[in-house]
Ligand binder design. Sequence first.
Ligand code: MN
Length: 134
Amino acid sequence: MTSAKLTKSILIVEDNELNRRLLEAVLKPHGYHLLTAKDGETGVALAQAERPDLILMDVLLPGIDGYEATRQLRAAPETRHLVIVALTASTAPAEQERALTAGCDGYIAKPIDTRAFPQQVRQFLFDPATSRDD
Ligand code: MN
């Protein structure tokens, strides 16, 4: 079933301030409710509290990394359905495979293409294959 919620919320988990600001700046004009976390632990806590419609998960983070944060979210019944997309600096197939193995729904390579990014995000938000609304 599709959510009737009009404003989609996106949690950005990214420790690099410039990257975080860029992601916010690119997404904000699209009307999303944006939440941000600078490390994996905060990201997991915010995801549990807010249940965002999409999580953009940086891989390399201080403390637990993006893969471990994803595993923790997938292990908990209340967050296992959330859509999680890894932001990987590497386009190596092994790295992308690792993101999927950790439980991510997909990945977007960094640096992001600021013109293509909003559409990439929309695909994950509205793709029935990754939508687990119930
Ligand atoms: Mn990072």
